[in-house]
Design a protein around this ligand. Sequence first.
Ligand code: FE
Length: 231
Amino acid sequence: MITAGFDPARSLDCGDCGHLYDPAAGDPARGVPPGTAFARLPAGWRCPGCGAAPHRFAGPAVSADPARERVVALIEAYRHVAATDMKGLPVCNSALSVEAVEFHPYGDAMLGALITPWTLNVVLLPNDPARYESLNDGDKVSEVMPSATYGFTIARLGALGAIAAIPAVSDMTVLRDRNDAVAAAVAALKTVLTPRPPEPPAAPEPEPASAPAAERSGGVSRRSLFRGRRA
Ligand code: FE
């Protein structure tokens, strides 16, 4: 809940799914322009991640959580990159802004998907900035996820320490809008977090001619996500 003295520019996260509402980004897909404080959201607005009512979004109590603060710092770090190094580059989708999707505690880290105008990654953000201290930008680290063991790529972000990321969508210009990006982010996280059923002993079924509609999300086939990355 919003309390007196709470900074209207601060982000709030959904207590049900972890979706972060960022006032700077607003929610253009639902007619909420960038710069809209949480308290100014229109009546009937619901969490884009899970449909929860606004009262499910937490204010200062949860935002004071150091792990949540690090997610906000992650967004701010990438927003700075978007406004400087990546600004105006043709690889950027101008319909998109930096956005954290469904970040939630995962072991001693926060796991979620990070949308930027130029890439979409599943990101492991350690609670301890020193966790990947011995690794350099671009190094690989194996992390066990419920679906498989993935080779995450290290990215160093100054005082935030290093994060580990796996790319889910590398060409963001194929996405039409923010809804596409959020759908792809949610699908990527689900792919990583869904345990793989044991391999059946029988011979594999023949491949269908094309991916069924249910496998498509936001214009990106889930089959294209993490291709060849299963350990
Ligand atoms: Fe939610």
